[in-house]
Design a protein around this ligand. Structure first.
Ligand SMILES: Cc1cc2nc3c(=O)[nH]c(=O)nc-3n(C[C@H](O)[C@H](O)[C@H](O)COP(=O)(O)O)c2cc1C
Length: 211
């Protein structure tokens, strides 16, 4: 079946390392003709990570998408994380998929335990109860038992746990190669396969990306 057009995607960004993963996800979604709207929610620590890792000093949140993309962002709407009454907090609002990238152990814990204590956790809770796609790009290392148990709880409730672990079989030369391949794998999981994604064909010498 061809991918649905006019998709609505929620992107949550939390205070785990990997702000560049969020930046790449937003860039690929913004330029994807299958995507109509992107709701972006960034936690307070997520904003701090944009500053720490990408040098984006805090400013007007509404300007964040264009500052991240380096060009005007037509599809991205920023929603305040405190606004648990935003559209995406209700199952009656038709979000196709949600990706939390990167996802901290703190937000994973909120989701795994149904806390719904901020907009990201509530929107994720809605995705699970409505049986919609939720991808958690968790990041930390090493994991303790609580992290592992929370991953299992979230997975059993319907989330896809997609640790921010890079692949090396496509022989990456740059950080962007690593980041792009990982984000393409994430987007493939929400039904948005990317032409840029390297696909292993059984031979390490084959560098061709096949759609
Ligand atoms: C520079 C920095 C890097 C961090 N990296 C991680 C990380 O990789 N994984 C993680 O789970 N928490 C990490 N943390 C801790 C979280 O930001 C912290 O637990 C925070 O409360 C998470 O809140 P949030 O989920 O609302 O963003 C980091 C914090 C800072 C300041």
């Amino acid at each position: 079946m061809p991918p649905k057009q006019g998709q609505i995607i929620t992107v949550g960004v939390t205070g785990a390392s990997g702000a560049v993963l969020a930046q790449k996800t937003l860039a690929l979604l913004e330029e994807d003709p299958r995507v109509a709207r992107i709701h972006l929610v960034v936690t307070e620590t997520g904003q701090r990570l944009f500053a720490e890792e990408l040098g984006l000093s805090s400013g007007d949140l509404k300007q964040l998408p264009s500052r991240l993309l380096g060009r005007p962002a037509a599809k991205i709407e920023v929603l305040p994380n405190k606004d648990v009454g935003a559209s995406i907090a209700s199952g009656s609002y038709d979000v196709d998929s949600m990706v939390i990238v990167p996802c901290s152990m703190g937000t994973l814990a909120s989701i795994a335990n149904g806390a719904s204590d901020d907009l990201i956790a509530r929107a994720a809770d809605v995705m699970l109860k409505e049986r919609r796609k939720l991808v958690l790009c968790i990041r930390d290392t090493p994991f303790n038992r609580i992290h592992l148990e929370n991953m299992l709880r979230a997975e059993q409730a319907g989330a896809l746990i997609m640790p921010a672990i890079p692949a090396f079989y496509h022989q990456p030369k740059t950080i962007d190669d690593l980041v792009t391949q990982y984000v393409c794998r994430v987007l493939a999981q929400i039904g948005l396969p990317q032409e840029k994604m390297y696909r292993w064909t059984g031979h390490s010498s084959s560098k061709e990306a096949k759609a």
